[in-house]
Design a protein around this ligand. Structure first.
Ligand SMILES: Nc1ncnc2c1ncn2[C@@H]1O[C@H](COP(=O)(O)OP(=O)(O)OP(=O)(O)O)[C@@H](O)[C@H]1O
Ligand SMILES: [Mg+2]
Length: 257
């Protein structure tokens, strides 16, 4: 039965898509069956994985799934044997109003995913940088939340918004939602600021687990732009090693307690 992990932060550009993509590949490479779900109307993850093919899925995407116009099995795209995708589409933002006004609106994704959960070890959901109905659906469906964080002043302050939302979700729709951890992203030793912010983070949220740090690496940006995982683009680099480590850490926490 799949473990469902939401990659979430209401702040934009912190690395949600980068982490969903490369953590997904890293887990698939160690033999896990992975379903990546792109619930962001910007469809960055879908584009990184299938490029212009995104246009083909007008009638079979995460939006049509949530409005029950398509079935989950016909909506999944096979990227490779171990890595599958539930794509987003240009038309997803237009579905938002429809979903907001629909019956059981917070559980649309949870319900839609249920039939395929036995087919996967991990479902990883890439979320939009906003606190709307899509993020609420993701968190309602998820076992865990992984929060990518850029170590800036507003990045650390903004964590409180995610914690507040998680508290609300636990009270209203999903009492077992658990914080998997925070992943400091775009880390650099070129200035002292990230170290300082990391210390502040530990002091402000002593109970929040800090997971593997991902270094700032141009290769991650270039790989994504070329539609490649970091393992295909620069397999021996620091970034690839960091994602291997993160995948192992995730497996340890969720499978071995
Ligand atoms: N560790 C890193 N090193 C260098 N560049 C990175 C790193 N992580 C992410 N980036 C780059 O930063 C930009 C934003 O990353 P990404 O798209 O993953 O963020 P996001 O949180 O998904 O954004 P959004 O909120 O818009 O969905 C991208 O150009 C990405 O390639
Ligand atoms: Mg994104």
């Amino acid at each position: 039965m799949a473990i469902i992990i939401s990659i979430a932060n209401q702040k934009g550009g912190v690395g949600k898509t980068t982490i969903a993509l490369n953590l997904g590949h890293a887990l698939a490479r160690i033999g896990k069956k992975v379903l990546l779900v792109d619930i962001d109307p910007q469809f960055n993850l879908t584009f990184a994985l299938i490029g212009m093919d995104v246009l083909k899925y007008e009638e079979n995407n995460v939006g049509t799934l949530m409005t029950r116009e398509s079935d989950v099995r016909e909506t999944i795209v096979e990227v490779n044997e171990n890595l599958h995708l539930l794509p987003s589409h240009l038309n997803l933002s237009a579905k938002e109003i429809e979903i907001i006004n629909a019956y059981n609106r917070e559980r649309r994704l949870e319900r839609a995913l249920r039939p395929v959960l036995p087919d996967y070890d991990y479902v990883i959901i890439d979320n939009p940088p906003s606190m709307g109905i899509f993020l609420v659906n993701s968190l309602t469906a998820s076992d865990y939340v992984l929060i990518p964080l850029e170590l800036s002043y507003f990045g650390v302050i903004g964590m409180q918004l995610m914690f507040n939302l998680m508290k609300m979700i636990r009270e209203e729709t999903n009492e077992s939602l658990t914080l998997l951890g925070i992943v400091p992203n775009k880390f650099t030793r070129q200035t002292k600021v990230p170290q300082m912010r990391l210390r502040e983070l530990r002091e402000t949220y002593p109970d929040a687990p800090l997971l593997t740090t991902i270094p700032k690496a141009i290769s991650l940006e270039k790989a994504q732009a070329e539609g490649l995982s970091i393992f295909d683009y620069e397999p021996d680099g620091r970034a690839a090693r960091a994602f291997e480590k993160l995948a192992k850490e995730v497996v340890e926490i969720v499978e071995e307690g």
